[in-house]
Write a new protein. Structure first.
Length: 673
């Protein structure tokens, strides 16, 4: 059951697709208080209550004990005191033992705060509004609540199958030779690879939809050549459009009035990579169609995947604020700066980027309704991505195109995936990535993964090995790093053979992972789940924060601690431990329910199979180099049961939008013993 409550005059965000009538009854799940700025919803939490959801945020799967704020923010060096990350995902489930559990979705693209017991340990408090829609969902179980929510927000994005292959990225591949080298060094050493990313350097002076002809004289030729090798090129598109006379995107945008404007009607000037930019008003349908149409040029050169970036939107500084700050700082010259003056100087300098005042100083034209940016801040990445996806629907209607974004809001999950934004080469960020996965799935975002090895900072070989051992389960499996950091392509390290074996295990698991992804997308299910979703009655399972259910058969228990040679694992029932050094070197061992210390060597993939379940494993040729080579591969099975075990296999061509209907899914029966 879903109940809907409307406050003020909310705009249509596009998050919800189901038609839901406003509830006639009074809101009863939480106490409602109208405040000066909006609404406050609160309720008591019992000690045993657990809170799941909120998508891309810091901290654990159980969100209790902190305040999470939806206010899309660019921050690579996030630590546990960070209240906001790149997206705004306002859905949580309060899972309760004694009373009925419920889900709450706050459809408000402005700032929304979820105080999940930070101020008072036993209180959940949500502040939003003034204009918002709040939905309460009750159901038989947390799984059921999650499913009802997913039905309400519509089917998750489905990428092409090649996007489940291994992908390599780095800010710093600057020309054709760099791209060829990456492919040669992977494929030359038998390491499968399906995509190489083009970061901002492929553009001319960081101008969207341009290609630097000196560095990439023949992008179409290169894309074609790469495709022959089974490798797709995936260019980045940034939110800001460079202000430059003679640059068609800028000129058309100005002429048609497609950029976000200040109060006086002048286009707002921010600055990002190219220096001064305007932001396309993607919340306006005409501007959206125009901006989306610009992807065509690259698609005509054979590009079939994109990543949308800096779309919180991130602003290094605004023209106006920079002027003010410069004046203030120049006035301090020669002064004796005491504590207050010095810190003030630091604050105003640091406060230049992503400044809340800047976000309050420009407007969107929502097809006739003028809305100040901060009221809809969390929609920008969503609508930039929607612009692209709608254009792909016009340009290449029958094909799936890879698309993911940095910033997002619930609703965007229908148009593309996300990566979890800039992170660091830290062990804590590996764990964070594990914990973010089920929270994102709850919000509909299925195609996701983190920058493997970490974006900022220098990755060590052991970190990269452990990160990959987890990332073989994430739909998006991309190694990405920042300019100036240690090179972290797997061939830069000494144990290349170990990396090769691990990445090949991913390809071996692909029939299972793809099947589970597709079933989750087509049936509104969760691909990643906290253990408690499968074992709600198990008091230990509820407390596990570092293991995950992956699809119907697998439980993952990654190592995320440096120098650990294994870890404690909790098995909520008897399970089959699968230990793989390679696809060929595999041992299986039945383990009893309970706590175990399990050795996990640095170059091993270890996971667990649920009782009564099975998974297919593709038998790979030694020369498999990309998902294209998986075509026609035979399967072997890993299974665990007392007798015959059934597995439902989903298969399709991986590229068209004709998804296989349920009646045609293959019911396979294998011997579980
Ligand atoms: C942003 C992106 C990162 C990219 C960089 C340069 O920081 O999040 O992935 O490499 O910009 O484009």
């Amino acid at each position: 059951m879903i109940c809907k409550y409307v406050f003020g005059s909310p705009i249509e965000t596009g998050a919800v697709v189901a038609q839901i009538q406003e509830s006639a009854e009074d809101l009863s799940w939480m106490e409602l208080e109208k405040t000066k700025g909006g609404i406050r919803l609160s309720c008591r939490m019992e000690d045993s209550d657990v809170v799941y959801g909120l998508g891309e945020q810091m901290r654990g799967m159980n969100k209790r004990g902190f305040t999470y704020v939806s206010d899309a923010l660019d921050d690579a060096i996030h630590t546990e005191s960070r209240h906001s990350l790149y997206g705004g995902h306002n859905f949580l489930i309060l899972s309760r033992r004694e009373q009925s559990s419920f889900g709450i979705f706050v459809d408000d693209p402005g700032r929304v705060a979820f105080d999940v017991g930070e101020t008072q340990m036993d209180r959940l408090e949500v502040t939003a509004g003034p204009d918002c829609v709040v939905y309460f969902i009750v159901g038989e179980s947390v799984k059921d609540i999650a499913k009802q929510f997913r039905r309400m927000i519509g089917r998750s994005y489905i990428p092409p199958k090649w996007a489940f292959g291994y992908q390599q990225s780095r800010w710093g591949y600057i020309n054709e030779a760099d791209v060829r080298e990456v492919v040669r060094r992977h494929h030359g050493q038998g390491i499968p690879l399906d995509a190489v990313y083009l970061d901002i350097d492929y553009m001319e002076d960081y101008k969207d939809f341009t290609v630097d002809k000196e560095k990439f004289p023949d992008l179409a030729g290169l894309a074609g050549e790469m495709k022959e090798e089974g490798v797709h090129l995936v260019p980045i598109i940034d939110a800001g459009v460079k202000i430059e006379e003679g640059y068609p995107v800028y000129e058309e945008g100005i002429e048609e009035g497609y950029f976000c404007k200040e109060e006086d009607g002048e286009a707002f000037v921010g600055a990002v990579w190219p220096g001064k930019v305007h932001f396309p008003d993607v919340l306006n349908s005409r501007a959206r169609e125009w901006f989306g149409g610009k992807y065509r040029g690259l698609m005509e050169q054979g590009i079939d995947g994109f990543w949308n970036d800096m779309n919180e939107p991130a602003i290094f500084y605004s023209e106006k604020n920079l002027e003010r700050v410069m004046d203030e700082i120049l006035a301090m010259r020669g002064e004796n700066l005491d504590l207050h003056a010095f810190f003030h100087m630091k604050d105003i300098l640091l406060g230049l980027s992503n400044n809340p005042e800047d976000y309050r100083s420009f407007y969107h034209d929502l097809d006739g309704v003028k809305v100040r940016h901060d009221r809809v801040h969390n929609l920008y990445g969503f609508y930039m991505t929607r612009a692209a996806a709608e254009a792909f629907g016009r340009i290449a209607p029958d094909k799936r195109t890879l698309l993911f974004s940095r910033s997002s809001y619930i609703g965007m999950h229908r148009y593309g995936g996300i990566w979890t934004g800039d992170n660091m080469s830290w062990w804590s960020h590996l764990l964070l990535s594990v914990q973010q996965m089920p929270s994102l799935n709850l919000c509909g975002i299925l195609y996701t993964g983190s920058d493997i090895g970490g974006f900022g900072g220098d990755a060590t070989e052991d970190l990269l090995l452990r990160w990959l051992e987890f990332a073989i389960f994430t739909p998006l499996m991309r190694n990405h790093a920042a300019l100036g950091t240690r090179e972290q392509e797997v061939y830069q390290f000494s144990h290349v053979e170990a990396f090769r074996r691990i990445i090949r295990i991913r390809y071996g698991l692909l029939p299972y992972l793809y099947s589970e992804y597709m079933k989750a997308a087509l049936e509104d299910e969760l691909y990643f789940r906290p253990l408690a979703f499968d074992y709600p009655e198990d008091a230990h399972a509820v407390k596990v924060e570092d293991q995950l259910m992956v699809g119907e058969s697998i439980m993952a228990a990654p190592v995320y601690v440096q120098n650990a040679t294994g870890r404690y694992v909790y098995l909520p029932e008897d399970m089959l431990l699968v230990r793989m050094r390679s696809l060929k070197e595999r041992t299986c061992e039945v383990m009893a329910r309970g706590h175990h210390y399990v050795e996990m060597a640095l170059d091993e993939v270890v996971f667990f199979v649920k009782k009564g379940h099975a998974l297919p494993l593709a038998v790979l040729d030694d020369d498999l180099l990309s998902t294209a080579d998986l075509e026609g591969a035979a399967y072997e099975w890993i299974s665990f049961g007392d007798g015959p075990v059934e597995y439902v296999l989903y298969e399709d061509d991986g590229i068209s939008k004709e998804y296989t209907p349920r009646e045609d899914w293959k019911r396979m029966t294998v011997d579980g013993r």
